[in-house]
Write a protein that binds this ligand. Structure first.
Ligand SMILES: NC(=O)c1ccc[n+]([C@@H]2O[C@H](COP(=O)([O-])OP(=O)(O)OC[C@H]3O[C@@H](n4cnc5c(N)ncnc54)[C@H](O)[C@@H]3O)[C@@H](O)[C@H]2O)c1
Length: 307
């Protein structure tokens, strides 16, 4: 019988669908590397989310494995080259959590412009600092620049337009007509950087995009007083340069759901600023998105394994 190892916590719809399809399912979140290798030895399918890193070494120990499914968007936690070399398919669920990520971006932008986090903290500490926090600004009329116009970028464009933002998008793989039809304006690199009141990242982390938001971009290309939102991947941004730009007042604020190393230590330089709003990689963590990704990965893996 075809056996699937689910190596992380996932919505119950996923194992239910595998069992209905006649597969044997083992659910074992939180395994250490040795236990994981042993558990995978007799499995044809592996389901992961973000915590388990699917390395070449792990794949080498999985003699029967035919498919790895990531219940999430992107495959940067999986050694895709090593999988390809072994004939193991790698699947993921782009788009299934786009609404969740896009809404978090809106939340981070609103928190930044209205200083919701420091105002909340002051009030909890017994301080009614109405004057101190009354210099907020509005999203309406500002320019939101999107790097990457895939599932999240498109969903975000729709939400942002409802707030009266002007939306620019840069994506070398998406035709200008598609961007225009989605209500955004296509913009080239690096012009899009200079136009952004908010720059939001929605592209994958690859060897080409690692460090894309470099010191040069942060200090010389972005408009002074811009705000950066990163709900994609930490490695896209030079975090040290970002902290320096905040300290010098070059940027007005930063919203981050992702970090180069997760979790960042409490002494991470970006955690020291009042105008930085952070969440612990929660982009896809809504009830709706979790059901969507669990259902989508099970459906894709069942179809693949039945071919
Ligand atoms: N915070 C979270 O929990 C969370 C959840 C979902 C996705 N993500 C991240 O967000 C990213 C986007 O998600 P998605 O579902 O929209 O993915 P997607 O694959 O639908 O879209 C990504 C887009 O980025 C574009 N792109 C690639 N290289 C580019 C470049 N150099 N410049 C501009 N655009 C480029 C691609 O052409 C594609 O259209 C994912 O790759 C993932 O890393 C994070």
């Amino acid at each position: 019988m075809t056996k699937i190892l689910i190596a992380e916590k996932i919505d119950s719809i996923c194992p239910e669908m595998f069992r209905e399809a006649g597969f044997e399912v083992e659910i074992r979140p939180g395994l250490g590397p040795d236990e994981l290798r042993a558990a995978l030895a007799d499995c044809e399918g592996l389901v992961v989310r973000s915590a388990v890193k699917v390395t070449a070494e792990l794949l080498a120990a999985a003699g029967r494995l035919k498919v790895v499914g990531r219940a999430g968007a992107g495959v940067d936690t999986i050694d895709v080259e090593a999988a390809r070399a072994r004939g193991i398919a790698v699947l993921n669920t782009p788009g299934q959590n786009a609404g969740a990520v896009a809404e978090l971006v809106m939340g981070l932008m609103l928190a930044l412009v209205r200083q919701i986090m420091p105002a909340h903290a002051a009030l909890l500490a017994g301080r009614w600092e109405k004057n101190r926090f009354s210099g907020g600004s509005e999203l309406g009329g500002k320019t939101l620049a999107l790097l990457g116009f895939g599932a999240v970028g498109r969903r975000l464009a729709a939400l942002a337009k409802g707030f009266g933002l002007e939306v620019l998008a840069h994506d070398p793989l998406v035709a200008d007509e598609v961007i225009t039809a989605a209500g955004a304006r296509p913009a080239g690199w690096p012009d899009i950087l200079a136009a952004a009141d908010f720059l939001s990242l929605h592209l994958p982390l690859t060897p080409e995009t690692r460090g894309l938001i470099s010191r040069e971009v942060i200090f010389n290309r972005l408009k002074p007083g811009a705000r950066l939102i990163n709900c994609a991947r930490g490695g896209l941004v030079d975090e040290a340069a970002l902290a320096e730009a905040l300290a010098k007042g070059r940027l007005a604020g930063v919203g981050l759901d992702v970090f180069e190393n997760e979790p960042p230590g409490a002494d991470h330089p970006l955690l020291a600023f009042e105008n930085v709003v952070v969440t612990p990689h929660l982009g896809a963590s809504t009830a709706e998105a979790q059901v969507n990704v669990a259902r989508s990965i099970a459906a894709q893996m069942i179809e693949y394994l039945r071919r």
